[in-house]
Write a protein that binds this ligand. Structure first.
Ligand code: GDP
Length: 525
Protein backbone atom coordinates (compact mmCIF):
# COMPACT_ATOMS: atom_id res chain seq x y z
CA UNK A 1 0.00 0.00 0.00
CA UNK A 2 1.35 3.41 -0.88
CA UNK A 3 2.35 5.88 1.79
CA UNK A 4 -0.46 8.20 0.78
CA UNK A 5 -3.15 5.53 1.05
CA UNK A 6 -1.85 4.55 4.51
CA UNK A 7 -2.48 8.16 5.55
CA UNK A 8 -5.83 8.44 3.79
CA UNK A 9 -7.26 5.46 5.64
CA UNK A 10 -6.37 6.67 9.13
CA UNK A 11 -8.61 8.52 11.56
CA UNK A 12 -7.40 9.62 14.99
CA UNK A 13 -10.00 10.80 17.48
CA UNK A 14 -10.89 11.10 21.15
CA UNK A 15 -14.20 11.06 22.98
CA UNK A 16 -15.25 14.08 24.97
CA UNK A 17 -18.12 13.77 27.39
CA UNK A 18 -19.29 14.31 30.93
CA UNK A 19 -18.81 11.36 33.31
CA UNK A 20 -21.52 8.71 32.90
CA UNK A 21 -22.66 9.87 29.49
CA UNK A 22 -21.48 6.55 28.07
CA UNK A 23 -17.91 7.01 26.86
CA UNK A 24 -16.72 3.64 28.15
CA UNK A 25 -19.71 1.86 26.71
CA UNK A 26 -19.25 3.46 23.30
CA UNK A 27 -15.57 2.59 23.36
CA UNK A 28 -16.48 -1.05 23.97
CA UNK A 29 -18.93 -1.09 21.09
CA UNK A 30 -16.54 0.69 18.78
CA UNK A 31 -13.95 -1.99 19.53
CA UNK A 32 -16.56 -4.64 18.90
CA UNK A 33 -17.06 -3.21 15.43
CA UNK A 34 -13.33 -3.17 15.01
CA UNK A 35 -13.41 -6.90 15.76
CA UNK A 36 -10.89 -6.13 18.40
CA UNK A 37 -13.14 -7.89 20.87
CA UNK A 38 -15.42 -10.74 19.98
CA UNK A 39 -17.95 -9.83 22.61
CA UNK A 40 -17.70 -6.30 23.84
CA UNK A 41 -16.50 -6.65 27.39
CA UNK A 42 -15.22 -4.03 29.72
CA UNK A 43 -12.09 -2.33 28.55
CA UNK A 44 -11.12 -0.32 31.58
CA UNK A 45 -9.87 -1.30 34.98
CA UNK A 46 -13.09 0.36 36.07
CA UNK A 47 -15.09 -2.82 35.95
CA UNK A 48 -12.62 -5.65 35.59
CA UNK A 49 -9.55 -4.45 37.45
CA UNK A 50 -7.35 -5.76 34.68
CA UNK A 51 -5.33 -2.60 34.41
CA UNK A 52 -4.20 -2.51 38.00
CA UNK A 53 -0.58 -2.65 37.08
CA UNK A 54 0.93 -0.38 39.67
CA UNK A 55 0.32 1.25 42.99
CA UNK A 56 -1.16 4.44 41.81
CA UNK A 57 -3.21 2.58 39.32
CA UNK A 58 -4.48 0.65 42.34
CA UNK A 59 -5.90 3.96 43.37
CA UNK A 60 -7.96 4.33 40.28
CA UNK A 61 -9.23 0.81 40.74
CA UNK A 62 -10.30 1.54 44.28
CA UNK A 63 -12.10 4.63 43.21
CA UNK A 64 -13.47 3.01 40.13
CA UNK A 65 -12.06 5.59 37.79
CA UNK A 66 -9.38 5.84 35.21
CA UNK A 67 -6.66 8.42 35.61
CA UNK A 68 -4.70 7.32 32.60
CA UNK A 69 -5.07 7.90 28.93
CA UNK A 70 -4.65 4.95 26.68
CA UNK A 71 -4.65 4.43 22.99
CA UNK A 72 -6.56 1.88 20.96
CA UNK A 73 -6.14 1.09 17.31
CA UNK A 74 -8.67 -0.91 15.35
CA UNK A 75 -9.76 -1.46 11.76
CA UNK A 76 -13.20 -0.30 10.67
CA UNK A 77 -14.37 -1.07 7.15
CA UNK A 78 -11.37 -0.14 5.00
CA UNK A 79 -10.04 2.36 7.52
CA UNK A 80 -7.74 2.24 10.50
CA UNK A 81 -9.01 4.12 13.53
CA UNK A 82 -6.99 5.36 16.49
CA UNK A 83 -9.07 6.13 19.55
CA UNK A 84 -7.32 8.02 22.31
CA UNK A 85 -9.04 7.45 25.61
CA UNK A 86 -9.28 10.29 28.10
CA UNK A 87 -10.03 10.02 31.79
CA UNK A 88 -13.73 10.22 32.43
CA UNK A 89 -13.99 11.18 36.07
CA UNK A 90 -14.55 14.68 37.31
CA UNK A 91 -11.05 14.76 38.71
CA UNK A 92 -9.04 14.80 35.61
CA UNK A 93 -5.63 16.02 34.70
CA UNK A 94 -3.89 18.02 32.07
CA UNK A 95 -3.40 14.76 30.17
CA UNK A 96 -6.97 15.07 29.02
CA UNK A 97 -6.33 18.48 27.56
CA UNK A 98 -3.08 17.52 25.91
CA UNK A 99 -4.54 14.35 24.46
CA UNK A 100 -6.87 16.60 22.52
CA UNK A 101 -3.83 18.15 20.80
CA UNK A 102 -2.94 14.71 19.43
CA UNK A 103 -6.22 13.98 17.64
CA UNK A 104 -7.73 15.24 14.40
CA UNK A 105 -11.37 15.03 15.47
CA UNK A 106 -13.50 14.40 18.54
CA UNK A 107 -16.63 12.47 19.27
CA UNK A 108 -18.85 14.34 21.70
CA UNK A 109 -21.15 12.04 23.66
CA UNK A 110 -24.22 13.54 25.27
CA UNK A 111 -26.66 11.84 27.63
CA UNK A 112 -30.07 12.38 26.06
CA UNK A 113 -31.72 12.75 29.45
CA UNK A 114 -29.21 15.27 30.75
CA UNK A 115 -28.16 17.34 27.77
CA UNK A 116 -25.04 19.48 27.80
CA UNK A 117 -23.11 19.02 31.06
CA UNK A 118 -20.22 20.83 32.72
CA UNK A 119 -17.27 18.71 31.63
CA UNK A 120 -18.41 18.70 28.04
CA UNK A 121 -18.46 22.50 28.06
CA UNK A 122 -14.92 22.59 29.37
CA UNK A 123 -13.58 20.06 26.92
CA UNK A 124 -15.27 21.83 24.03
CA UNK A 125 -13.37 24.97 25.01
CA UNK A 126 -10.17 23.02 24.64
CA UNK A 127 -11.10 21.63 21.23
CA UNK A 128 -11.69 25.22 20.14
CA UNK A 129 -8.01 26.02 20.60
CA UNK A 130 -7.44 24.09 17.38
CA UNK A 131 -10.96 24.18 15.90
CA UNK A 132 -11.10 20.40 16.03
CA UNK A 133 -14.01 18.94 14.04
CA UNK A 134 -16.68 17.45 16.33
CA UNK A 135 -19.05 14.56 15.70
CA UNK A 136 -21.94 14.25 18.16
CA UNK A 137 -23.58 11.11 19.50
CA UNK A 138 -26.69 11.56 21.62
CA UNK A 139 -26.84 8.49 23.81
CA UNK A 140 -29.30 6.50 25.92
CA UNK A 141 -32.33 6.75 23.66
CA UNK A 142 -33.50 3.50 25.26
CA UNK A 143 -34.35 5.59 28.29
CA UNK A 144 -36.78 8.43 28.78
CA UNK A 145 -35.02 11.39 27.29
CA UNK A 146 -35.53 15.03 26.66
CA UNK A 147 -37.04 16.24 23.41
CA UNK A 148 -34.39 15.81 20.69
CA UNK A 149 -35.09 19.26 19.27
CA UNK A 150 -34.49 20.81 22.69
CA UNK A 151 -31.24 18.89 22.95
CA UNK A 152 -29.98 20.24 19.65
CA UNK A 153 -31.01 23.76 20.66
CA UNK A 154 -29.08 23.37 23.86
CA UNK A 155 -25.96 22.18 22.05
CA UNK A 156 -26.19 25.13 19.68
CA UNK A 157 -26.82 27.69 22.44
CA UNK A 158 -24.35 26.52 25.03
CA UNK A 159 -21.59 25.06 22.92
CA UNK A 160 -21.92 27.53 20.07
CA UNK A 161 -21.78 24.92 17.36
CA UNK A 162 -24.39 24.31 14.66
CA UNK A 163 -26.09 20.94 14.64
CA UNK A 164 -26.75 18.92 11.51
CA UNK A 165 -28.80 15.84 12.43
CA UNK A 166 -27.73 12.88 10.32
CA UNK A 167 -30.06 10.45 12.03
CA UNK A 168 -33.30 11.22 13.82
CA UNK A 169 -34.71 9.12 16.67
CA UNK A 170 -38.13 7.52 16.56
CA UNK A 171 -39.64 7.25 20.01
CA UNK A 172 -37.64 6.83 23.18
CA UNK A 173 -37.32 4.59 26.21
CA UNK A 174 -39.39 1.43 25.91
CA UNK A 175 -40.89 2.88 22.76
CA UNK A 176 -37.57 3.52 21.04
CA UNK A 177 -38.12 2.25 17.50
CA UNK A 178 -34.92 3.20 15.77
CA UNK A 179 -33.62 6.09 13.73
CA UNK A 180 -34.27 7.59 10.35
CA UNK A 181 -31.06 8.31 8.42
CA UNK A 182 -31.59 11.65 6.71
CA UNK A 183 -28.87 11.19 4.13
CA UNK A 184 -29.56 7.56 3.29
CA UNK A 185 -33.35 8.08 3.36
CA UNK A 186 -33.67 4.92 5.35
CA UNK A 187 -35.16 3.89 8.66
CA UNK A 188 -33.07 1.54 10.75
CA UNK A 189 -35.12 -0.41 13.24
CA UNK A 190 -33.98 -0.99 16.79
CA UNK A 191 -34.21 -4.31 18.58
CA UNK A 192 -33.48 -4.31 22.28
CA UNK A 193 -31.30 -6.83 24.03
CA UNK A 194 -28.69 -7.02 21.27
CA UNK A 195 -26.04 -4.88 22.89
CA UNK A 196 -23.31 -7.48 22.92
CA UNK A 197 -23.41 -8.27 19.25
CA UNK A 198 -23.28 -6.55 15.96
CA UNK A 199 -26.91 -6.44 14.95
CA UNK A 200 -28.14 -7.34 11.53
CA UNK A 201 -30.51 -4.41 11.77
CA UNK A 202 -33.54 -4.30 9.55
CA UNK A 203 -33.82 -1.16 7.51
CA UNK A 204 -36.60 0.27 5.42
CA UNK A 205 -35.78 2.45 2.46
CA UNK A 206 -37.82 5.58 1.88
CA UNK A 207 -39.84 7.71 4.23
CA UNK A 208 -43.13 6.98 2.47
CA UNK A 209 -42.64 3.26 2.17
CA UNK A 210 -45.76 1.45 3.49
CA UNK A 211 -43.42 -1.08 5.11
CA UNK A 212 -42.52 1.69 7.51
CA UNK A 213 -46.14 2.10 8.63
CA UNK A 214 -46.38 -1.65 8.99
CA UNK A 215 -43.24 -1.76 11.10
CA UNK A 216 -43.69 1.17 13.46
CA UNK A 217 -47.40 2.03 13.21
CA UNK A 218 -48.35 5.54 14.28
CA UNK A 219 -44.74 6.50 14.68
CA UNK A 220 -44.36 6.55 10.90
CA UNK A 221 -46.73 9.47 10.37
CA UNK A 222 -45.29 11.25 13.37
CA UNK A 223 -41.81 10.82 11.93
CA UNK A 224 -42.82 12.32 8.60
CA UNK A 225 -44.26 15.39 10.31
CA UNK A 226 -41.33 15.67 12.63
CA UNK A 227 -38.81 15.52 9.82
CA UNK A 228 -40.42 18.42 8.05
CA UNK A 229 -39.98 20.43 11.21
CA UNK A 230 -36.43 19.19 11.74
CA UNK A 231 -35.40 19.95 8.17
CA UNK A 232 -36.78 23.45 8.53
CA UNK A 233 -35.27 24.17 11.91
CA UNK A 234 -31.84 22.57 11.75
CA UNK A 235 -28.80 22.80 9.53
CA UNK A 236 -27.84 20.61 6.64
CA UNK A 237 -24.51 18.87 6.81
CA UNK A 238 -21.82 21.23 5.51
CA UNK A 239 -18.40 19.65 5.19
CA UNK A 240 -16.41 22.88 5.23
CA UNK A 241 -18.20 24.07 8.36
CA UNK A 242 -17.60 20.68 9.99
CA UNK A 243 -13.87 20.81 9.24
CA UNK A 244 -13.73 24.34 10.66
CA UNK A 245 -15.32 23.14 13.91
CA UNK A 246 -18.42 25.27 13.30
CA UNK A 247 -20.94 22.51 12.65
CA UNK A 248 -21.38 19.06 14.06
CA UNK A 249 -23.13 16.09 12.47
CA UNK A 250 -25.43 14.55 15.09
CA UNK A 251 -26.29 10.88 15.53
CA UNK A 252 -28.77 9.34 17.96
CA UNK A 253 -28.69 5.91 19.53
CA UNK A 254 -27.96 3.77 22.50
CA UNK A 255 -24.46 2.64 23.23
CA UNK A 256 -25.68 0.02 25.67
CA UNK A 257 -27.98 -1.42 23.05
CA UNK A 258 -25.22 -1.05 20.46
CA UNK A 259 -27.51 0.87 18.20
CA UNK A 260 -26.37 3.87 16.19
CA UNK A 261 -22.70 3.49 17.03
CA UNK A 262 -22.05 2.13 13.53
CA UNK A 263 -23.86 5.09 11.92
CA UNK A 264 -21.54 7.35 13.85
CA UNK A 265 -18.47 5.33 12.82
CA UNK A 266 -19.57 5.47 9.18
CA UNK A 267 -19.74 9.25 9.54
CA UNK A 268 -16.36 9.33 11.21
CA UNK A 269 -14.52 7.49 8.46
CA UNK A 270 -16.36 9.41 5.76
CA UNK A 271 -16.03 12.95 7.11
CA UNK A 272 -13.48 13.19 9.89
CA UNK A 273 -10.19 14.48 8.57
CA UNK A 274 -7.33 12.14 7.79
CA UNK A 275 -4.19 12.79 9.88
CA UNK A 276 -3.44 16.48 9.79
CA UNK A 277 -0.12 18.23 9.82
CA UNK A 278 1.05 20.39 12.70
CA UNK A 279 2.67 23.78 13.15
CA UNK A 280 6.21 24.06 14.44
CA UNK A 281 8.48 26.95 15.35
CA UNK A 282 9.92 27.14 11.84
CA UNK A 283 6.78 26.48 9.81
CA UNK A 284 4.54 23.48 9.29
CA UNK A 285 4.75 19.78 8.48
CA UNK A 286 2.06 18.01 6.47
CA UNK A 287 1.08 14.39 6.98
CA UNK A 288 1.94 13.78 3.32
CA UNK A 289 5.57 14.59 4.10
CA UNK A 290 7.42 11.29 4.04
CA UNK A 291 10.15 12.10 6.52
CA UNK A 292 9.32 11.06 10.04
CA UNK A 293 8.19 13.54 12.68
CA UNK A 294 6.17 13.41 15.87
CA UNK A 295 5.57 15.03 19.22
CA UNK A 296 5.13 13.75 22.76
CA UNK A 297 1.82 14.68 24.38
CA UNK A 298 1.82 12.42 27.40
CA UNK A 299 4.17 10.47 29.59
CA UNK A 300 2.84 7.59 31.57
CA UNK A 301 4.93 6.28 34.36
CA UNK A 302 4.97 2.93 36.04
CA UNK A 303 3.02 0.93 33.55
CA UNK A 304 5.29 -1.87 34.65
CA UNK A 305 6.62 -1.02 38.11
CA UNK A 306 9.26 -3.76 37.97
CA UNK A 307 11.03 -1.97 35.18
CA UNK A 308 10.41 1.60 36.24
CA UNK A 309 9.01 1.71 32.79
CA UNK A 310 7.93 5.07 31.46
CA UNK A 311 6.21 5.39 28.17
CA UNK A 312 6.21 8.61 26.19
CA UNK A 313 3.17 8.78 23.93
CA UNK A 314 4.23 10.22 20.61
CA UNK A 315 1.80 11.28 17.92
CA UNK A 316 3.32 10.63 14.51
CA UNK A 317 2.77 13.78 12.46
CA UNK A 318 4.42 12.70 9.22
CA UNK A 319 6.34 9.84 7.72
CA UNK A 320 6.67 6.30 8.92
CA UNK A 321 8.10 4.73 12.03
CA UNK A 322 10.08 1.56 11.46
CA UNK A 323 11.62 -0.64 14.04
CA UNK A 324 15.24 0.27 14.64
CA UNK A 325 15.02 3.63 12.94
CA UNK A 326 17.01 6.67 13.97
CA UNK A 327 15.11 9.70 15.22
CA UNK A 328 16.37 13.15 16.00
CA UNK A 329 15.47 14.34 19.50
CA UNK A 330 15.08 18.02 18.70
CA UNK A 331 15.30 19.55 22.16
CA UNK A 332 18.53 17.85 23.17
CA UNK A 333 19.92 17.84 19.64
CA UNK A 334 20.77 14.14 19.57
CA UNK A 335 19.94 11.19 17.37
CA UNK A 336 18.42 8.19 19.09
CA UNK A 337 17.82 4.72 17.72
CA UNK A 338 14.41 3.31 18.54
CA UNK A 339 14.03 -0.44 18.37
CA UNK A 340 11.25 -1.10 20.79
CA UNK A 341 8.41 1.33 20.40
CA UNK A 342 5.06 -0.08 21.44
CA UNK A 343 1.57 0.32 20.17
CA UNK A 344 -1.76 -0.24 21.81
CA UNK A 345 -4.07 -2.57 20.03
CA UNK A 346 -7.37 -2.68 21.89
CA UNK A 347 -5.64 -1.75 25.09
CA UNK A 348 -2.90 -4.35 24.99
CA UNK A 349 0.66 -3.38 24.55
CA UNK A 350 2.27 -5.21 21.73
CA UNK A 351 5.46 -4.66 19.85
CA UNK A 352 5.06 -2.27 17.01
CA UNK A 353 6.42 -3.02 13.56
CA UNK A 354 5.63 0.22 11.80
CA UNK A 355 3.42 3.24 12.23
CA UNK A 356 2.30 6.12 10.06
CA UNK A 357 1.15 9.70 10.44
CA UNK A 358 -1.87 9.77 12.72
CA UNK A 359 -0.73 6.80 14.81
CA UNK A 360 0.46 6.97 18.38
CA UNK A 361 3.64 5.18 19.31
CA UNK A 362 4.90 4.54 22.81
CA UNK A 363 8.58 5.28 23.32
CA UNK A 364 10.44 3.89 26.31
CA UNK A 365 11.57 6.84 28.32
CA UNK A 366 14.49 6.72 30.69
CA UNK A 367 14.18 10.34 31.69
CA UNK A 368 15.32 12.14 28.56
CA UNK A 369 11.86 12.70 27.07
CA UNK A 370 9.56 15.49 28.24
CA UNK A 371 6.04 16.48 27.34
CA UNK A 372 6.09 18.54 24.17
CA UNK A 373 9.32 17.04 22.81
CA UNK A 374 9.68 16.77 19.07
CA UNK A 375 11.23 13.89 17.12
CA UNK A 376 12.25 14.41 13.51
CA UNK A 377 14.36 12.80 10.81
CA UNK A 378 17.16 15.27 11.57
CA UNK A 379 15.42 18.62 11.15
CA UNK A 380 15.84 21.07 14.01
CA UNK A 381 12.29 22.38 14.36
CA UNK A 382 10.01 21.85 17.34
CA UNK A 383 6.25 21.39 17.28
CA UNK A 384 4.19 24.04 19.02
CA UNK A 385 0.75 23.98 20.55
CA UNK A 386 1.23 21.41 23.30
CA UNK A 387 0.36 23.60 26.22
CA UNK A 388 0.50 23.59 29.97
CA UNK A 389 -2.78 24.86 31.35
CA UNK A 390 -2.84 27.23 34.29
CA UNK A 391 -3.78 25.06 37.27
CA UNK A 392 -6.90 25.86 39.21
CA UNK A 393 -6.10 24.06 42.44
CA UNK A 394 -3.10 24.67 44.67
CA UNK A 395 -1.58 23.12 47.75
CA UNK A 396 1.64 23.60 49.62
CA UNK A 397 3.53 20.35 49.85
CA UNK A 398 5.63 19.57 52.89
CA UNK A 399 7.82 16.69 54.00
CA UNK A 400 7.20 14.54 56.99
CA UNK A 401 10.96 13.99 57.11
CA UNK A 402 12.63 17.38 56.54
CA UNK A 403 15.95 15.82 55.54
CA UNK A 404 14.64 14.80 52.17
CA UNK A 405 14.05 18.27 50.74
CA UNK A 406 16.39 17.59 47.79
CA UNK A 407 14.57 14.40 46.77
CA UNK A 408 11.23 16.12 47.12
CA UNK A 409 12.29 18.95 44.87
CA UNK A 410 13.82 16.58 42.33
CA UNK A 411 10.74 14.35 42.35
CA UNK A 412 8.37 17.27 41.89
CA UNK A 413 10.36 18.75 39.06
CA UNK A 414 10.52 15.41 37.27
CA UNK A 415 6.80 14.85 37.76
CA UNK A 416 6.13 18.30 36.40
CA UNK A 417 8.32 17.63 33.34
CA UNK A 418 6.23 14.55 32.81
CA UNK A 419 3.11 16.66 33.01
CA UNK A 420 1.72 14.83 36.05
CA UNK A 421 1.43 18.05 38.01
CA UNK A 422 2.82 21.58 38.09
CA UNK A 423 5.15 22.94 40.70
CA UNK A 424 5.74 26.55 41.69
CA UNK A 425 8.60 27.83 43.80
CA UNK A 426 7.96 31.35 45.14
CA UNK A 427 10.87 33.76 44.66
CA UNK A 428 10.66 34.93 48.25
CA UNK A 429 10.56 31.71 50.23
CA UNK A 430 11.34 28.02 50.08
CA UNK A 431 7.78 26.79 49.73
CA UNK A 432 6.92 24.21 47.15
CA UNK A 433 3.44 24.76 45.77
CA UNK A 434 1.78 22.08 43.73
CA UNK A 435 -0.75 23.16 41.14
CA UNK A 436 -3.23 20.86 39.47
CA UNK A 437 -6.17 20.95 37.12
CA UNK A 438 -7.97 18.09 38.87
CA UNK A 439 -8.03 17.11 42.56
CA UNK A 440 -6.92 13.57 41.87
CA UNK A 441 -3.54 14.78 40.63
CA UNK A 442 -2.61 15.66 44.20
CA UNK A 443 -3.07 12.10 45.42
CA UNK A 444 -1.24 10.67 42.45
CA UNK A 445 1.72 12.92 43.18
CA UNK A 446 2.00 11.92 46.82
CA UNK A 447 1.67 8.23 45.92
CA UNK A 448 4.35 8.50 43.26
CA UNK A 449 6.72 10.54 45.42
CA UNK A 450 6.55 7.74 47.94
CA UNK A 451 6.90 4.89 45.44
CA UNK A 452 9.50 6.39 43.15
CA UNK A 453 11.45 8.88 45.26
CA UNK A 454 10.94 7.40 48.69
CA UNK A 455 9.68 10.66 50.18
CA UNK A 456 6.76 11.01 52.50
CA UNK A 457 4.95 14.24 51.73
CA UNK A 458 1.75 15.85 52.94
CA UNK A 459 -0.28 18.83 51.80
CA UNK A 460 -1.29 22.04 53.48
CA UNK A 461 -3.64 24.72 52.30
CA UNK A 462 -2.13 27.70 50.55
CA UNK A 463 -3.59 31.06 49.64
CA UNK A 464 -3.25 30.79 45.89
CA UNK A 465 -6.32 31.14 43.68
CA UNK A 466 -4.78 31.07 40.25
CA UNK A 467 -1.52 31.28 38.32
CA UNK A 468 -0.49 33.00 35.10
CA UNK A 469 2.72 32.77 33.16
CA UNK A 470 4.14 36.22 32.66
CA UNK A 471 5.90 37.52 29.58
CA UNK A 472 7.28 40.83 28.38
CA UNK A 473 9.49 41.55 25.39
CA UNK A 474 11.03 44.50 27.14
CA UNK A 475 13.61 43.12 29.59
CA UNK A 476 13.74 46.34 31.59
CA UNK A 477 9.98 46.40 32.15
CA UNK A 478 10.02 42.73 33.10
CA UNK A 479 12.75 43.43 35.62
CA UNK A 480 10.81 46.25 37.12
CA UNK A 481 7.72 44.07 37.35
CA UNK A 482 9.81 41.37 38.97
CA UNK A 483 10.90 43.79 41.67
CA UNK A 484 7.48 45.27 42.30
CA UNK A 485 5.52 42.04 42.28
CA UNK A 486 8.09 39.75 43.81
CA UNK A 487 5.83 38.54 46.64
CA UNK A 488 3.52 37.01 44.06
CA UNK A 489 6.10 35.60 41.70
CA UNK A 490 7.33 32.06 41.44
CA UNK A 491 9.26 29.80 39.11
CA UNK A 492 7.56 26.74 37.68
CA UNK A 493 9.21 23.34 37.16
CA UNK A 494 10.89 24.57 33.98
CA UNK A 495 12.09 27.84 35.61
CA UNK A 496 9.48 29.93 33.83
CA UNK A 497 8.26 33.00 35.67
CA UNK A 498 4.69 32.81 36.93
CA UNK A 499 2.42 35.13 38.85
CA UNK A 500 0.59 33.31 41.63
CA UNK A 501 -2.40 35.32 42.75
CA UNK A 502 -4.03 34.94 46.17
CA UNK A 503 -7.38 36.03 44.70
CA UNK A 504 -8.84 36.71 41.27
CA UNK A 505 -9.26 40.35 42.30
CA UNK A 506 -5.56 40.56 43.05
CA UNK A 507 -4.86 39.18 39.58
CA UNK A 508 -7.02 41.74 37.82
CA UNK A 509 -5.44 44.56 39.82
CA UNK A 510 -1.98 43.33 38.86
CA UNK A 511 -3.03 43.16 35.23
CA UNK A 512 -4.34 46.72 35.39
CA UNK A 513 -1.23 47.99 37.11
CA UNK A 514 1.14 46.33 34.69
CA UNK A 515 -0.37 46.72 31.22
CA UNK A 516 2.93 45.90 29.51
CA UNK A 517 3.09 42.46 31.06
CA UNK A 518 1.31 39.55 29.43
CA UNK A 519 -0.45 37.19 31.84
CA UNK A 520 -1.04 33.91 30.08
CA UNK A 521 -3.29 30.98 31.02
CA UNK A 522 -1.32 28.52 28.91
CA UNK A 523 2.35 27.94 28.43
CA UNK A 524 3.93 26.13 25.53
CA UNK A 525 6.29 23.38 26.38
P1 GDP B 1 -18.59 7.01 31.10
O1 GDP B 1 -18.46 7.47 32.50
O2 GDP B 1 -18.91 8.15 30.17
O3 GDP B 1 -17.47 6.16 30.60
O4 GDP B 1 -19.95 6.16 31.05
P2 GDP B 1 -20.19 4.60 31.00
O5 GDP B 1 -20.01 4.08 29.61
O6 GDP B 1 -19.45 3.92 32.09
O7 GDP B 1 -21.76 4.58 31.28
C1 GDP B 1 -22.31 5.08 32.48
C2 GDP B 1 -23.55 4.27 32.82
O8 GDP B 1 -24.54 4.48 31.82
C3 GDP B 1 -23.28 2.78 32.86
O9 GDP B 1 -24.05 2.23 33.88
C4 GDP B 1 -23.77 2.31 31.50
O10 GDP B 1 -24.20 0.97 31.51
C5 GDP B 1 -24.91 3.24 31.24
N1 GDP B 1 -25.16 3.44 29.81
C6 GDP B 1 -24.26 3.75 28.84
N2 GDP B 1 -24.87 3.83 27.64
C7 GDP B 1 -26.17 3.61 27.85
C8 GDP B 1 -27.32 3.55 27.00
O11 GDP B 1 -27.27 3.73 25.80
N3 GDP B 1 -28.50 3.27 27.62
C9 GDP B 1 -28.62 3.05 28.96
N4 GDP B 1 -29.82 2.79 29.45
N5 GDP B 1 -27.57 3.10 29.77
C10 GDP B 1 -26.36 3.36 29.24
Amino acid sequence: MSYQSEIEKRRTFAIISHPDAGKTTITEKVLLFGNALQIAGTIKGKKSGQHAKSDWMEMEKERGISVTTSVMQFPYKDHLVNLLDTPGHEDFSEDTYRTLTAVDSCLMVIDAAKGVEARTIKLMEVTRLRDTPIITFINKLDRDTRDPIDLLDEVEDILKIKCAPITWPIGMGKEFKGVYHLLRDETILYKSGQGHTIQAARSIKGLHNPDLDAAIGVYAEELRDMLELVRGASHEYDHEAFLAGELTPVFFGTALGNFGVDHMLDGLIKWAPKPQGREHDLGRVDSSDKSFSGFVFKIQANMDPKHRDRIAFCRVVSGKYEKGMKMHHSRIGKDVRVADAVTFFAGDRSLLIDAYAGDIIGLHNHGSIKIGDTFTSGEKYRFTGIPNFAPELFKRIRLRDPLKQKQLQKGLIQLSEEGAVQVFRPLQNNDLIVGAVGVLQFDVVVARLKAEYNVDAIYEGVAVATARWVYCDDARKLDEFRRKAEVNLALDGGDNLAYIAPTMVNLSLAQERHPDIEFKTTREH
